[in-house]
Design a protein around this ligand. Structure first.
Ligand SMILES: C[S@@+](CC[C@H](N)C(=O)[O-])C[C@H]1O[C@@H](n2cnc3c(N)ncnc32)[C@H](O)[C@@H]1O
Length: 260
């Protein structure tokens, strides 16, 4: 498979394709980490709620101007098929990740048990859950706020102890204000998280949306492989990535020993 877009310095590529089709073509042990923000297939207590409305309406019903976005792909699986599908792509991601590398999967409270099951079904060693706390989450009278989304994380086999700096147990940030994607993650949170990968390392995001993981990776001196099935979002990702300068001259191109 040929990337849809490659950055001028060769440190980032984006594929426009179904994730599994590309994952199956990527070489074994060629990336240091997988940062996956899949469609959550959530947004309702019952199956009809998940499938009935488009994703933009489901997650952003109150946001002005949200109707300008196309729906994201793959968001209407029921719990069993979601779990099965996640295990499929997670096992491909495990094959592509070097031994001791890291797998990170975003989810919400509803899909948290399914996601930790799927990570392990895909063969990863489950190591924890890192919350992203949103101080501006919607208040719910008489109930607890659902203030957090979560990253379920694990490793490809054992994870040797190193002398790298310790990382936080949670991240705190408001949702991005001027979004270009309906489920865009805050750059500050992802910039913190990509520091789990050694400098110059390769990060794969199989559901890259507007490319936030890639922008964070480049800003932190890491390299990036993104996949997105909707061309309009892939174009937004490549524009954001193309506008991101990574100054560190020691970071090589993906084509000098990276995974692309
Ligand atoms: C939760 S969003 C990612 C948002 C991203 N983290 C950001 O900050 O912009 C998931 C993305 O995966 C894409 N997607 C869903 N299923 C896919 C598949 N099977 N292959 C590739 N992309 C897919 C959706 O279109 C959507 O843009």
């Amino acid at each position: 498979v040929t990337p849809y877009w490659t950055s001028a310095d060769g440190r980032a590529v984006v594929y426009v394709a179904e994730a599994l089709a590309v994952l199956r073509e990527l070489p074994a042990e060629s990336v240091d980490a997988v940062f996956a923000d899949p469609p959550y297939s959530s947004g309702g207590a019952f199956r009809a709620d998940r499938a009935a409305t488009g994703t933009v309406g489901k997650y952003l019903s109150t946001e002005a101007g949200a109707d300008r976005w196309p729906d994201i792909a793959g968001d209407s699986r029921d719990q069993r098929s979601y779990s099965y599908w996640c295990a499929l792509w997670l096992s491909e991601c495990l094959r592509i990740t070097r031994s001791g590398g890291v797998g990170m999967v975003w989810t919400d409270w509803r899909q948290l048990p399914t996601t930790s099951d799927s990570l392990q079904a895909g063969g990863w060693v489950w190591r924890g859950v890192v919350p992203w706390a949103k101080p501006d989450a919607r208040p719910r009278p008489g109930r607890f706020r659902n203030s957090c989304e979560y990253v379920v994380w694990g490793s490809a086999g054992s994870m040797p102890i190193t002398d790298a700096a310790p990382l936080p147990g949670f991240y705190d940030a408001t949702a991005p204000r001027h979004r270009v994607h309906p489920t865009q993650k805050p750059l500050s949170v992802i910039r913190g998280m990509v520091r789990i990968v050694p400098p110059g390392g390769v990060i794969l995001d199989p559901f890259c949306g507007s490319g936030t993981t890639g922008v964070a990776a480049l800003l932190e001196g890491r390299r990036f492989i993104g996949i997105e099935s909707i061309a309009e979002y892939a174009d937004i990702a490549t524009r954001r990535l193309g506008e991101t300068r990574s100054d560190d001259p020691s970071v090589p191109s993906l084509f000098d020993g990276g995974g692309a």
